[in-house]
Design a protein around this ligand. Sequence first.
Ligand code: K2U
Ligand code: NI
Length: 193
Amino acid sequence: MLTMDDIIREGHPTLRKVATNVPLPAPQEDKETLKKMLDFLVHSQDPELAEKYNLRPGVGLAAPQINVSKRMIAVNVTDHNDDLIEVGLFNPKIVSHSAETTFLENGEGCLSVDRSVPGIVPRYARIKVEGTNLEGEKVSLRLKGLPAIVFQHEIDHLNGIMFYDRIEESDPYKKPLPPHEVIKRNEFDNPIS
Ligand code: K2U
Ligand code: NI
């Protein structure tokens, strides 16, 4: 199983690389890696396992974070309807997005960043993501709220972008121009139940 020891931290060059596409149908090795990434998220959200293996809770993970520079992401997050979005995607792509932006009121964190970096991280409020799942099916997801933010955070990792790259250095709490919506419900503060 993956643990925090497998997660590389800021300063590691792989986090700043543009990851390469996964050839489809995905090789068995890449399928196994993506499955392990999904399992890590489930384990990290289980209080007993998280304590036992010292895992930081995560709702998303990108392959570059385990030093695999391939375009693969895993997401395990509940949406505003409390519906679970649990998906591993090969070659995810944001194919369209809203003009409207959003952001987590308390900012973002990252499993590859062992420090707090305060500030507003502007994200598109709604996105349409396409990719290929573990079963080899083409997937198209329309996302908003926290799931939309998580997917944008993870897809940024595939392009060597860290969340703090998006914080306005001169004014970290500068709100993006309207229209924007603020997401107040931020699991970041409330450990995932
Ligand atoms: O990519 C990662 O480092 C995993 C992050 C993803 C993430 C961070 C901030 C905002 C959205 C996604 C971890 O999931 S950080 C822990 C976390 C948990 C619940 C909600 C937000 C962040
Ligand atoms: Ni991250």
